[in-house]
Design a protein around this ligand. Structure first.
Ligand code: MTE
Length: 324
C-alpha cells in the first residue's frame, strides 16, 4: 500500500520509471535496493528480493496447531499454490511494520487468543462471542484462492475457513442493514505503528467494509487457517476475511467487530489516501491506480509477470454485482 503524502524521499511523479521498465525483472534488483533505502517497497513489484525469503526453522514461535478441512473443488486457480514461505514471509500488516519481509517477525508476539468478536448495529440482538466458540459453530472448508494486492503482487493460498454468508446468517442482521463494517484491533502496546505518527495516524484501528451483497456472495470467505494450520499472526490471526475479486487491502485481518450499517462506512485506506483507494476496490486491469498501471501483476514466488484479470478471474461469481 502506498501513501501519497509528500515526504523528503518521495519520488516525483515524473521521475517514476515507466511501467515497462520497472516490470522488467532484470532491473528489479537495482530499483528494489534503492526503494528499500527510502522505504517505498510497495512501488516496486517483488522479484529476486522476494524470492530470497527468510528460511529455516526455529523462527516461528510457538509452532502453529494443525487445522485441516476438506478442499472445496469448486474454486480452481490457473497457477500452482504458492509456497507457505511466500505467503507467510511477505505480508502487508501496517499495524506492525511497512517492511513486508519483516511483518512475520514483528507480529510474533501479538496475542491473538483469547479473542472476542462483537456483532452490533442493525442486528436482531447485539452480541459478543469468543472466536473459537464461533469457529466451532461453523463447518470448515479449504479454498485455494488467488490473493492480489493493489501493489500488484500475487500469492495463491490454500485458505481454511467458512463462507462469510454463514457468518452473516449467524449475526442475524435486520432488513435495514446494507453494509457490513469490520474493525480490527487497537493495541498500541503490541503494534508499533499504532504508536508512531504517520499518514495513517488518526485512522486506527484498520477498518473496512462490504455491501451486504458482497459479504453474502459465495466467494467472500472468513479465514481462520492457511496451509493446514491455524492462521499465523502475520496473516491476520485469529480471523480475517478474504475477498479474492478485490484488492488485498479489503481483506481485513484480526477482526474484532462486525457492525451492520445503513450507510457506506468509511474505510481505512480511503480515508488515508482518498484519491488512490476506493471503497469498491475491485481488481480491474483497465482501471489504473493513479500512480501505476494495473494491467499486469507479479507472482511473489517466481517473479513471473502475468496479465491481470478482471475481478482476478472470478467474474463468473461476482460480475452481476457491478456495472462494468
Ligand atoms: N488488515 C489489517 N488489520 N492491517 C493491514 O495493514 N493490510 C491489507 C490486508 N489486511 C492490512 C490488513 C493489505 S494492504 C493486504 S495486501 C493484505 O492484508 C495482505 O495480506 P497477507 O499479508 O496475508 O498477504
Amino acid at each position: 500500500m502506498l501513501i501519497k503524502v509528500p515526504r523528503g524521499w518521495e519520488i516525483p511523479e515524473r521521475e517514476v520509471t515507466p511501467e515497462d521498465v520497472y516490470l522488467n525483472r532484470r532491473k528489479f534488483l537495482t530499483r528494489a535496493s534503492a526503494a528499500a533505502a527510502v522505504g517505498i517497497g510497495g512501488l516496486i513489484l517483488p522479484g529476486e528480493k522476494a524470492l530470497a525469503l527468510p528460511g529455516g526453522k526455529g523462527n516461528a514461535k510457538p509452532a502453529l496447531a494443525p487445522l485441516t478441512a476438506p478442499r472445496n473443488p469448486e474454486y480452481k486457480v490457473d497457477r500452482p499454490i504458492s509456497s507457505e514461505q511466500a505467503a507467510t514471509r511477505y505480508n502487508n500488516y501496517y499495524e506492525f511494520t511497512e517492511a513486508k519481509d519483516q511483518v512475520w517477525k514483528e507480529a510474533q508476539d501479538f496475542v491473538a487468543r483469547p479473542w472476542q468478536i462483537e456483532f452490533k448495529g442493525q442486528v436482531e440482538k447485539p452480541r459478543k462471542i469468543d472466536v473459537d466458540e464461533l469457529i466451532k459453530q461453523m463447518t470448515l472448508e479449504e479454498r485455494v484462492y488467488r490473493h492480489r494486492c493493489v501493489e500488484r503482487w500475487v500469492v495463491i493460498v490454500p485458505f481454511i475457513g467458512f463462507p462469510m454468508k454463514k457468518l452473516v446468517e449467524w449475526a442475524k442482521p435486520t432488513s435495514k442493514a446494507r453494509f457490513v463494517r469490520m474493525v480490527s484491533f487497537f493495541r498500541p502496546g503490541e503494534a508499533p505503528q499504532q504508536r508512531v505518527e504517520g499518514p495513517w495516524s488518526g485512522y486506527w484501528p484498520y477498518h473496512e467494509g462490504l455491501t451486504m451483497e458482497e459479504a453474502t456472495n459465495e466467494l467472500a470467505f472468513m479465514v481462520v487457517g492457511i496451509y493446514g494450520k491455524v492462521l499465523p499472526n502475520q496473516n491476520g490471526a485469529p480471523i480475517r476475511i478474504h475477498t479474492p475479486w478485490k484488492y488485498g487491502f479489503k481483506s481485513i485481518k484480526a477482526i474484532t467487530r462486525f457492525e451492520f450499517v445503513e450507510k457506506e462506512p468509511p474505510t481505512f485506506w480511503h480515508q488515508a489516501v482518498p484519491n488512490e483507494y476506493d471503497f469498491e476496490a475491485n481488481i480491474n486491469p483497465n482501471k489504473p491506480h493513479p500512480r501505476w498501471s494495473q494491467a499486469r501483476e507479479q507472482l511473489v514466488e517466481t517473479g513471473e509477470i502475468i496479465p491481470t484479470r478482471l475481478y482476478n478471474g472470478y467474474g463468473k461469481y461476482v460480475a452481476n454485482l457491478y456495472n462494468i
